[in-house]
Ligand binder design. Sequence first.
Ligand SMILES: [Fe+2]
Ligand SMILES: [Fe+2]
Length: 196
Amino acid sequence: MEALRIIQDEHQSLAAILHAVRYMLKEIGAGRLEPDFKLLQAMVHYLDAYPEKRHHPKEDEFLFALLKEKTDEGAAAIAHLEQEHAAGEARIRALDEAVKRYAAGEDEGYARFVEAFDQFAEFYRNHMMMEEREVLPLCRKHFTEADWARIAEGFRANNDPMTGIRDGEDFKGIFSRLVAAAPPPIGLGAGPYRDD
Ligand SMILES: [Fe+2]
Ligand SMILES: [Fe+2]
């Protein structure tokens, strides 16, 4: 069941990033931190490249598809989650437009980006909770050892770029910079964020 651990680890990494960004935005709003637009744009790009383009497809292909073959249990939840996966492009577009406007210095740029980010984070919180509460337990219940072995193989071909540099992009660097900016227990705490 290594695959379940991987999915849950990825959920935790994503939750940590969302938490870190929310904290950064609060600090910016309070005037204690200068916005780092490069980092915010890198964060949006990361959210597109990893959760949207790698994590969800892995769930669709290896977990949801097999579960649907085996049982009708959880069918409504799976259909709902699949629809949410399919809407990833629009979700990222909204965030990307908001961060670009903010970076371009538009009026209300900060407030609009905060609003777009909060919507995105809220969506993910609910999405991940539904997966963990309604679908992963069914995988545990219905999949055999042979299923898990096959899934693990598929997962290995699609590992977390947060653990290294991939496609020429330093996702690990983005991740650690975001998380370092967050308060304990996740990050190192406040203090001025330095872009070096
Ligand atoms: Fe998902
Ligand atoms: Fe997920």
